[in-house]
Design a protein around this ligand. Structure first.
Ligand SMILES: [Zn+2]
Length: 169
């Protein structure tokens, strides 16, 4: 899967620009670096604002772009999701995550917590397809849970000073 051919490619590219704004550093590390979870290709460390990425990840089939993008999504969202759990915006996102829990097995990586849920939603085709099979909470407005979450994410101020899109009334 390449970010270029990905259906979320335009948005992904838009988000990548913000990594610079955040001054997030990218550090290439060895496969056995203790800061990486077992089997993880990369990790975002919110304390140091650093993305750690395995040197070898470039040479594996999936390529480094989706991996890097996944970590950039963390860099953009972790602070708000973890520090402001009671904000209206975060509560809305968590509500949809809780709804997804009723339909998707907890073994799926994107269901680990709200942070992985958001990151996988932007970068994992399989996960996106699973969410598309789940009915939306507001089934009048949205076709499925993926669409509902995605539209909501674009509207809330989790990442940006202003929402990416606004709803026309
Ligand atoms: Zn992650």
């Amino acid at each position: 899967m390449s970010v270029l051919g990905h259906k979320l490619s335009p948005l992904a590219k838009h988000l990548v620009k913000y990594a610079n704004v955040l001054n997030t550093e990218i550090e290439l590390v060895e496969d056995n670096d203790p800061r990486l979870e077992k089997k993880a290709a990369a990790h975002y460390d919110s304390k140091t604002n650093k993305i750690l990425i395995k040197t070898s990840v470039n040479f594996k089939g999936i390529g480094s772009e989706p991996t890097l993008l996944h970590e950039i999504i963390h860099a953009l969202t972790v602070k708000e999701l973890n520090n402001n759990p009671n904000s209206k915006e975060v509560k809305e996102l968590v509500k949809l995550y809780e709804h997804a829990k009723k339909h998707i097995s907890s073994d799926v990586y994107g269901m680990k917590d709200i942070n992985e849920f958001v990151a996988e939603l932007f970068t994992n085709d399989d996960f996106i397809n699973q969410l598309k099979d789940i009915p939306a909470i507001d089934s009048v407005k949205y076709k499925n849970l993926f669409q509902e979450f995605f539209v909501l994410f674009l509207l809330v101020k989790v990442v940006f000073e202003k929402p990416l899109y606004t709803v026309e009334k």
